[in-house]
Design a protein around this ligand. Sequence first.
Ligand SMILES: Cc1cc2nc3c(=O)[nH]c(=O)nc-3n(C[C@H](O)[C@H](O)[C@H](O)COP(=O)(O)OP(=O)(O)OC[C@H]3O[C@@H](n4cnc5c(N)ncnc54)[C@H](O)[C@@H]3O)c2cc1C
Length: 458
Amino acid sequence: MREAIVIGGGITGLAAAWQLRGTADVTVLESERRIGGKLHTATIGGTPVDTGAESIMALRPEAVELAQEVGLGPDLCDPATAPTTVWTDDALRPMPAGHVLGIPTEPRALAGTGLLSDEGLERLCQEESRQSAPLPRDADISVAAYLRDRIGQEAVDRLVEPMLGGVYAGRADQLSLRSAMPRLAAVAEHGGSLVGALRRVRAAGAPKAAAVQGVRGGTGRLPLAVARSCGARILTGTRADELQRTASGRWRVRALTADGPLVMEADAVILALPAFAAAELLRGHSPAAHEELGLIEHAGSAVVTMAFDRSRASFLPDGNGFLVPPADGRTIKAASFLTNKWGWLRESAPGSFVLRVSIGRAGEEARLDVPDRHLIRTAISELHLAAGRMGEPTAARVTRWDRALPQYGVGHADRVARIREAVAKLPGIDVCGAAYEGVGVAACVATGRKAARRVFEG
Ligand SMILES: Cc1cc2nc3c(=O)[nH]c(=O)nc-3n(C[C@H](O)[C@H](O)[C@H](O)COP(=O)(O)OP(=O)(O)OC[C@H]3O[C@@H](n4cnc5c(N)ncnc54)[C@H](O)[C@@H]3O)c2cc1C
């Protein structure tokens, strides 16, 4: 049987291994002692809690399908329904229903929410009477540069930035419209009113189900279930550090383990790695891929997870949590009230209230450069200011995600095309993961499975 090595045991690499099951003898190499990468469920305050990704996109099929294929279908669950809420100007302000990526499809519904000033709201409302030129098909531009002229700077700052901070840990003036907001870019190509077009798109395809789903017991169960079902040999604590082409055209991987180096060969190697790690392994084989991968920047973040004793808490907030615009100058960028959001968590720990607070956007790395106890104090004090005084948590844990989220800068799609072109010249090698066509779990699963289908074709 053909042999394949998948380097990286996050959800992308495991999806690739799953795709290859039965058709190749697969070994997955993972440098950490656990698999799953940014999907991880830990026990905090006696309760299973996701410390990385907490939900999977349900508007696109790939992650949900994979969960079903590995037997987690019955455990998929919807979050509680609650409006997106923004903490700005010292109050929690719910966004009216019907926004697309923070852009309201019914701007007048913002009146009275305090999310925009009267001038900002008027500016946004005028958008519908303007006829914007279409975005040329091959052009790219930053999200802010595109939206500023249409919905106004204030709407970008207070409505769109909080969303981008949540998904990309990125900023509107840096992120590519085409790569970070492809749905918006598709609409922009038609010109005319953006708000009007988004309203029509929404009306035509109004989702009947939740946009995201979780997994009962934690989304971190997904990579574990895939690993169990895929039939691959999985080696943790094994860091690939060198790739060599053999005389017979196979690939040799050298890896470092606690017991010393390990060398193995295969017909194909899939690099399911962050861009900087893939860049290192490709250094001697494709200078172009090495350079382009190395140019993709990454933002780090930290998640502070806290459990409160319900019987002792002075106050418990409603809703699913909130987002924070960077312009407000706060340290935290989001809070997720997990107990309110996920029914399974409420049932499994009825005496606790569990939440998580996220800190860290691109360019704000210095905020993370403090001890854990400082991050916890900051999270508690800003949480109290935003939502109300809850008292002290009974358990708190900081999870640091260094260089975790690739930043899709302007021109990212072209860079990815150049990387793919360079990698295609290396028969038996493919690359996949969050660095390419989407950072969400569903996009990662899609790239992993696609790489597995492609890698033996060359
Ligand atoms: C805090 C946070 C919250 C998020 N929330 C969501 C969410 O709710 N929904 C969503 O859809 N997405 C979310 N994301 C994004 C999503 O989780 C990630 O983009 C996705 O999980 C990345 O998967 P991956 O397998 O490509 O990469 P990773 O998970 O990074 O996996 C790559 C693996 O490769 C290993 N590795 C690195 N170098 C080597 C080497 N040389 N040899 C062997 N192994 C190596 C790493 O240890 C790692 O395990 C979140 C991300 C973060 C950081």
